[in-house]
Design a protein. Structure first.
Length: 490
């Protein structure tokens, strides 16, 4: 590493990948790149990590991702299961309500239920892992400009023999950064997306303003998610809920306001939140002892028109904005990073043709569109939180990277998530863990209860890329996708 890359405020630093935004998406991508030895820098406009609980639900598929990235133990220690909802009316408990369809862990899906971790804690765990791997985050770095070299819109990954084929990013303070690729993970109001001129198409999911805050409250147990529906005949009010945040002393407060409420009508101050809680619950104003973070928004769903412009790629909320209902936004964002990390690594190392990066949009844009529809459906009460929201059934059957060569495929096909299980005494998630590919062979004489029989080349992000009855054809596929580091199981 040269001196100018070691100091992100140098006149002009050079890196292979610049990740803009240190949210869950940017940090997860930083981890994946760091473990591949990619010279990457994460920059963040704010002076520190995000302080609120906003995205608190970690779905089972994301738990699998975190297992692979080496943060699962930290995530488990930082959170806990979701409590059962308790419905209150006029200061009396009137019944319980389960927000999630139950699911038992199985051998192929060991993480069965969403895990609650306040977003700020998730980011702390991810940041610690990134630092452990030698990765870097530069805070207080606000992007104000971006230029791609003339050949930077080409798919080529090399430097053209010099410093060409790079993207120059300018900041409000500190020197420029020149990167071979830039990933915009800077949120729903993405500066990078705006600088690229990429539009977003979307809709307002709910015109009613919503307040979310992390508060300290006395007078409520921490065994339930406390829900206070609107009082009968109260057309001006709305629901209020107080959810104990696992692993903390805080509650996440969520409250809705009438559609016509002006921006100044949502008071985020301690006094305003105390009045709100007293008006909608049996608690007294002084029972709210502290407001640690607060925000308001109108739920919307929006999808970027494209996920790539030359050497710049969009990920996370910069590419798709969700209603918080169903807990899909953070999880979809982390999986964007997981999909992109191995592809950037393969292209930058020369193992794969730069065209591999085209598959990022081909796979993730349709996936994000589906998750946006699901989030909106959950928000409107049309879909319960169950199999779909766990994200274990997501697949890439139509991806250009998917090759199913068997005339009669078994239960697991190319494009599917590769389930957990045991083959020849080896736990598959243990075998998959790491930045490598895995060639899994299941003998037809002893078919696996989940996989059946066949040969499966499992991608670094845990999806089956190629499947066949034998290894015939797998070598050509591996060369096409840059699968140089392949471990065998079975």
């Amino acid at each position: 590493m040269t001196d100018d890359t070691a100091d992100p405020t140098a006149t002009t630093a050079r890196v292979d990948v610049l990740v803009v935004g240190a949210g869950p998406c940017g940090l997860a991508l930083g981890i994946d790149l760091a473990r591949r030895g990619v010279d990457a820098l994460v920059v963040e406009k704010a002076d520190g990590l995000f302080p609120g609980s906003r995205g608190k639900g970690i779905q089972p598929r994301t738990m699998e991702v975190f297992d692979d990235l080496g943060v699962l133990a930290g995530i488990r220690a930082a959170g806990g299961p979701y409590p059962v909802s308790m419905i209150w009316r006029d200061g009396v408990r009137v019944g319980e309500h389960s927000m999630f369809d139950p699911a038992e862990p199985t051998e192929d899906a060991p993480y069965n239920e969403p895990w609650m971790v306040p977003q700020w804690r998730t980011q702390e765990v991810l940041h610690a892992r990134l630092t452990e791997l030698g990765g870097r985050v530069a805070f207080g770095r606000e992007v104000i400009g971006l230029d791609q070299d003339d050949d930077a819109t080409a798919t080529g990954g090399g430097d053209g023999g010099g410093d060409g084929g790079r993207v120059t990013v300018r900041f409000a303070s500190g020197g420029d950064v020149r990167a071979r690729h830039v990933v915009a993970a800077d949120g729903g109001r993405s500066t990078v997306r705006r600088l690229l001129g990429i539009g977003m198409t979307g809709e307002t999911v709910d015109p009613r303003p919503t307040l979310v805050a992390d508060v300290r409250v006395t007078g409520l147990d921490r065994d339930n998610w406390h829900v206070f529906p609107p009082r009968e005949g109260d057309d001006e009010g709305g629901f209020l809920a107080l959810c104990p945040l696992a692993g903390t002393e805080d509650f996440q407060l969520a409250a809705q306001f009438p559609e016509h409420t002006p921006p100044e009508g949502v008071d985020l101050s301690l006094d305003g939140i105390r009045k709100l809680v007293a008006a909608r619950t049996h608690l007294a104003p002084e029972d709210v002892t502290e407001v640690r973070w607060a925000s308001d928004f109108r739920p919307r769903a929006a999808l970027a028109d494209r996920f790539r412009s030359g050497r710049v790629l969009l990920a996370g909320d910069a590419a798709h904005v969700h209603s918080p209902a169903g807990g899909q936004g953070l999880n979809t964002s982390v999986q964007d990073a997981y999909n992109l990390g191995w592809k950037l690594g393969a292209v930058l190392s020369g193992a794969a043709d730069p065209a591999l990066l085209d598959t990022y949009e081909a796979e993730r844009l349709p996936n994000a569109a589906a998750m946006l529809g699901l989030s909106t459906s959950v928000h409107r009460g049309e879909t319960r939180r169950g199999d779909a929201t766990r994200q274990l059934n997501l697949a890439y059957p139509d991806s250009p990277l998917t090759e199913e060569t068997r005339p009669d495929p078994g239960p697991v096909r190319a494009g599917d998530r590769a389930p957990d299980g045991t083959v020849d005494g080896v736990r598959l998630f243990d075998a998959f863990r790491g930045p490598h590919w895995t060639l899994l062979t299941v003998d037809p004489a002893t078919p696996h209860p989940t996989y059946g029989a066949g040969v499966y080349l499992v991608r670094p992000d845990g999806y089956v890329g190629w499947a066949g009855a034998s290894e015939e054809g797998v070598r050509a596929y591996a060369e096409r996708v840059g699968a140089r580091d392949v471990r065998r199981v079975g």
